[in-house]
Design a protein around this ligand. Structure first.
Ligand code: MF3
Ligand code: CO
Ligand code: CO
Length: 279
């Protein structure tokens, strides 16, 4: 067997260039404290809105409540006017993967599954989190997808510790998703967050083992796997330019947390229910 050395070498050089060109901000203790507060507020918004998610309400009504809650807590909804996005959160129903625009025409009905994604700017710092909600009685298939997606996020979070490779997050997520018969959306990723809405690094939810940069204390980024029942591909709505749907119109689910790499492990900054231990 002949190993194509030049090809191997160019792949290697490309990868090294990619990693060394990344500009991952190591946050100062003061910045961490600010991002912690903003992240906690974003998590609180999801707790607050849970009581209003029911059959018959419009996604625009939920957006208005979310907008008011964020503003009343001294913060700004980061999505509003972000690259022209018109609302204070994203609400993505059923076959919508992400970036669903809250609307008066979208009325929640029995059996719907939806992701609500909140990004807050508090004191200039960003926090970003999302979770799934269900309306009335959902199918067993939908529940299985939601539970598997939550588990994907949990597995990803377990990989967050100094010295580990960023790529191991995507490695464990994709391995588990595929084992459950699902697919991983690779056209959207997690991201560094805190000083800006979207910073380096890009956090892939499908990646090779031990790939990418090594994690260092003070890094803050999101993990936000989007897992599909069917094919992984995305199609963005041509009319609104935002709504990302599955190409086969099968279901998609997503959960998102903002995580800090600590000296010994990780802290989930948007976890307001003490679901994850600080390690
Ligand atoms: N909150 C989303 C994320 O997790 C980004 C939404 S951008 C918007 O990165 F413009 F669609 F709101
Ligand atoms: Co995000
Ligand atoms: Co988000």
């Amino acid at each position: 067997m002949i190993v194509n050395l030049s090809n191997w070498l160019s792949q290697f050089v490309l990868r090294v260039l990619q990693i060394s060109n990344m500009n991952i901000i190591i946050k100062t203790p003061e910045q961490i404290e600010g991002i912690r507060k903003s992240s906690k507020l974003a998590g609180d918004v999801l707790l607050y809105i849970a009581g209003f998610v029911k059959e018959g309400v419009t996604t625009n009504f939920l957006d208005q409540l979310i907008h008011n809650y964020i503003v009343e807590h001294g913060a700004i909804p980061a999505t509003m006017n972000y690259n022209g996005f018109p609302k204070s959160c994203c609400i993505s129903l059923n076959e919508v993967i992400c970036h669903g625009i809250p609307s008066d025409r979208v009325v929640l009905k029995n059996g719907d599954i939806l992701n609500i994604d909140i990004t807050t700017i508090l004191g200039g710092y960003f926090g970003d989190t999302s979770k799934m909600f269900t309306v009335g009685e959902t199918t067993e298939a939908a529940n299985k997808l939601i539970n598997a997606t939550q588990h994907c996020l949990d597995l990803g979070i377990q990989q967050v510790k100094p010295g580990n490779y960023l790529g191991n997050i995507g490695y464990v997520i994709s391995r588990y998703a595929i084992s459950q018969g699902f697919s991983v959306v690779y056209e959207y990723c997690g991201h560094g967050v805190g000083i800006h809405f979207h910073e380096d690094p890009q956090v892939d939810h499908a990646a090779k083992k031990n790939s990418g940069p090594k994690l260092k204390p003070g890094m803050i980024f999101t993990i936000e796997p989007m897992i599909n029942e069917g094919r992984p591909r995305v199609k963005v709505d041509e009319l609104d330019g935002w709504t990302a749907r599955t190409v086969d119109h099968k279901l998609s689910a997503q959960f998102e947390h903002t995580v800090l790499v600590t000296n010994t492990g990780c802290e989930v900054l948007t976890d307001v229910s003490n679901q994850y231990p600080i390690t």
